[in-house]
Ligand binder design. Structure first.
Ligand code: HEC
Length: 193
């Protein structure tokens, strides 16, 4: 009987734990949908598709928690229109998603015709890095990223794609492009991975 009870309680502990875990993952996913679509245009129009600002009015919000979001809604008149559509629960989901994005550094690479604009990668401080490629041109481009161990990608005009990558210092050439993608050793300590 005691063993049965022990098993039973272990089982319920496990399922509570799994439940919590699933909810956290789920919340970030709901947050992502809100980030992209809330009010029909989402937060992305002002903060970029992947939260890094992408040169839009709102700037980088990766890593923003609930307090920051609530404060921004109070202070930014442009955000108030959207905010009236969001419940407190929605804001929590959004915070979950932005916190998730903030766990990894990112490198935003602009693709222009036959040129790659790669920011200095030496500030990268996490092992996992989100590589964000944006096609700035008006023709479709194709990037062969096998040297980085990544799949090749196609980008439509003005399209962005984010690829998670495990940072490995090196100089990676991309066929068809003159300058390589250079990743330095990086600064700071690796965290979160
Ligand atoms: C119409 C444009 C617009 C939309 C849509 C918008 N924001 Fe903003 N947001 C701004 C502007 C402008 C700022 C102020 C940027 C600054 O201070 O440089 C801002 C600031 C923020 C900040 C504070 C950033 C900081 O570092 O202090 C957060 C967090 C934020 N927004 C989250 C969101 C979320 C989440 C959504 C979607 C629910 C959203 N925003 C939708 C324009 C927008």
């Amino acid at each position: 009987m005691a063993r049965f009870l022990l098993k039973l309680s272990l089982f319920s502990l496990l399922s509570v734990w799994l439940g919590v875990w699933a909810r956290a993952g789920n919340s970030a996913e709901i947050g992502q949908q809100l980030y992209l679509n809330a009010g029909g245009y989402g937060c992305q129009v002002c903060h970029g598709q992947f939260g890094h600002g992408a040169g839009q009015a709102g700037g980088n919000v990766r890593g923003a928690g609930l307090a920051k979001i609530e404060q921004a809604i109070k202070e930014q008149p442009t955000m108030q229109l959207l905010a009236t559509e969001l419940t407190f629960q929605d804001l929590n989901h959004l915070a979950e998603y932005l916190t998730e994005l903030g766990r990894h550094d990112y490198l935003a690479i602009q693709v222009e015709e036959a040129k790659l604009q790669v920011p200095n990668g030496s500030a990268l401080a996490t092992n996992k890095v989100d590589l964000i490629f944006t096609n700035q041109g008006f023709t479709e481009v194709f990037l062969d990223l096998h040297e980085m161990g990544l799949p090749s990608i196609k980008l439509n005009p003005l399209e962005s794609k984010m690829l998670p990558w495990l940072r490995k210092p090196g100089s990676y050439s991309v066929p068809g492009y003159d300058q390589p993608i250079v990743i330095n050793q990086g600064q700071g300590k690796d965290s979160n991975d």
